[in-house]
Every structure is written in C-alpha cells, then in structure tokens.
Design a protein around this ligand. Structure first.
Ligand SMILES: Cc1cc2nc3c(=O)[nH]c(=O)nc-3n(C[C@H](O)[C@H](O)[C@H](O)COP(=O)(O)O)c2cc1C
Length: 317
C-alpha cells in the first residue's frame, strides 16, 4: 500500500508508549481509526534482541494497516533492523524524531535529532534504502527544540528530500513537552512547503477538534493521541462529523463492554497480573469525567484482580 492509500482514512492513532499496545489498537481500529501505530520501539534494543523491545511488536493477526515506530540515531542500526525480519508484518515504518523524554534525548534520540538534521537525514536515508520500497517510511517530529529554534518547515523539507513518504508534525517544541497549544499555523506552513502528505497532530480531543485541524491547516490526515485514551470511540465520532452526521455519545453499556474487552484482550496477551496493572490507568481514563469518578479511579488504581475490576466497571455510570 502506498502512503495515499494508507491515509485514505484520515484518522490515525498516534504511537504512545505504555498506551498503544495490541488490545488498545484493536479497539481504536474497530471504532474507525485508519492507520494505527505501535508504541515507540528502540532500534538498538531490537538489535540486541532485548525482549522488552521485541514484545512491543506482537500482533501477528492484527488487521492492516499497522505502523511500527522506531527510535534511534545510528543509521547502521536502523538499516539493520529495517532490512531484517522484525518489521516484516508492518505496513508503515515511522521514525521517531519528536520524543522529548530526558533519557531519550540525552542519548541523541527522539527530538534531539531536530538539533542535528544531518544525522536525522542519514537515519531517514538508511531506513528508506533498507526497506527498499516495500513500505512507506514516515517521520514524526516536533516544531523544533525550543521557541528560539523552530525548524519544522526546513526539517520537513529535508525529510522529503531524504525519501520520506509522509510526515507527522506534533506542533509543539521539545521545550513545551505537552503543555501549551500545538501551533496549527506551523502545520499549515509545513503542508504548503512539501509535496508529500502531512499529518497534523496535537490537541485533538473531540470530533470538532479533528475537523478544525483539517480545515485550518489543509493537512491530509489527523493523528489522535491523548484524546483517545479511555475514549476509543472518538474515532467513530470524528467519522460521524466528517460524514456530515451528528456526533453521538456511546451509552454506558457500550462503554463498559469496550473497557471489559480491553481487559480480556490484555489478559489473553500478558496474563492476569500484568493486565490488571496495565488496566489501572486505562480504567482511570475511561471513567474520568463520569459521576463519582474520583472514588472509582482510586478503586481501580488499587484493584488487584480482573474480577475486582469487572465489578468496578459495573459501578461505572
Ligand atoms: C503517554 C504518552 C506516550 C507517548 N509516546 C509516544 C511514542 O512512543 N512515540 C511518539 O512519537 N510520540 C509519543 N507520544 C506523543 C504523541 O504521539 C503525540 O504526538 C502527542 O501526545 C501530541 O498529541 P495530543 O496533543 O493529541 O496528545 C506520547 C504521548 C503520550 C501522552
């Protein structure tokens, strides 16, 4: 599939470490997400056969299209992983050049690459050469490192020259982390400065946010991150609005069923103990904003078994 076919459904689920595992991606896909992404995976970790890295790639029977996101700054390691067996099942390879986390940027990875566009270019060229046309290579990056060094337009043009098939811009600087507002005008300017598709990312929490992102920036697709946590039906709502229908809220029965399915899928994947630990945060997101959510959240956070969680879900109104 080429980039245009893949983006024909213009609603993407963002890569989110600790969130976009196989069960959550499955629910978002069923709710209408087009391309979904794995959590970011360390190219170096895969190269060292690190199990914490390779287990992020599981999902043999997952419905396409699925993107895998790698992070790393060494073109040789990126090339090794992209030409090997690890990525065979994926439909898109995304390169992470936006992660702001301290431990990532101090290694020269993630958004640190925006300060070193020459290295970033070598990484992209190495990936494009290694995948050899089998799948599109995309790049996800930020506005720039800090307010004084916003370089997203030049960076995006470099990515295009290096062979990227599409770009995703999270229009905040590294310095902003996740605070403040994503700069939609920058997404608009990037879109006008390159000829490959641009995906707009940042602050899509409602169907209306998605529509206004598309209208204000002219971007080709939107990528939803925090807005989908505990709310996979946001994708269905975006499609309702894009199709000119009125936006509907799922009833509590449907919400409960989705949350329980996520729990069950996680148990099947990782076993009950690990699933319960992972679901504590997901359930907290599901119930946030509902009546009595503070108490329910604290109970989910302390729940020790799947049965306890199922009982708490019944109390969610
Ligand atoms: C918990 C969490 C984990 C994230 N992990 C990743 C990641 O693995 N790779 C990545 O490119 N971005 C990651 N991001 C950034 C999101 O993909 C997205 O760019 C950012 O949250 C802005 O979108 P939003 O305003 O819709 O949340 C993460 C964000 C959050 C909140």
């Amino acid at each position: 599939m080429n980039a245009l076919d893949i983006l024909s459904n213009p609603t993407l689920l963002a890569p989110m470490a600790g969130v976009t595992d196989l069960p959550f991606r499955t629910l978002c896909r069923e709710m209408g997400a087009g391309l979904v992404f794995t959590e970011m995976v360390s190219a170096k970790g895969l190269s060292y056969e690190n199990e914490n890295s390779s287990c992020l790639l599981v999902g043999e029977n997952e419905a396409p299209p699925v993107g895998v996101q790698l992070f790393g700054h060494d073109p040789r390691i990126i090339a090794e992983i992209c030409s090997g067996e690890h990525l065979k099942r994926f439909d898109v390879l995304d390169l992470n050049m936006g992660c702001p986390m301290h431990k990532i940027v101090t290694n020269g990875d993630g958004s640190a690459l925006m300060k070193h566009p020459e290295t970033a270019e070598q990484v992209i060229r190495a990936a494009v050469r290694a995948v050899d046309g089998r799948i599109p290579v995309s790049v996800k990056f930020r506005a720039g490192w800090c307010a004084g060094s916003v370089n997203a337009v030049e960076f995006g043009q470099m990515c295009e020259r290096a062979g990227a098939s599409f770009l995703t811009l999270h229009a905040r600087t590294r310095e902003m982390m996740y605070s403040g507002k994503a700069d939609r005008d920058l997404i608009r300017r990037l879109k006008r400065s390159v000829s490959i598709p641009v995906v707009g990312n940042g602050d899509i929490f409602s169907a209306q946010d998605a529509l206004s992102m598309l209208e204000q920036t002219g971007c080709d697709a939107v990528m939803v991150a925090r807005g989908a946590r505990g709310k996979p039906w946001l994708f269905r709502q975006i499609h309702e609005l894009l199709d000119g229908r009125s936006v509907t809220e799922p009833d509590i029965e449907e919400k409960r069923a989705l949350a329980i399915r996520q729990l069950d899928m996680l148990i099947a994947l990782k076993g009950e103990r690990s699933a319960v630990l992972d679901m504590r945060k997901h359930f907290s997101w599901y119930v946030s904003g509902s009546p009595g959510s503070a108490l329910l959240r604290s109970r989910f956070t302390a729940a020790a078994s799947a049965d306890e969680m199922r009982e708490l879900v019944r109390q969610w109104v």
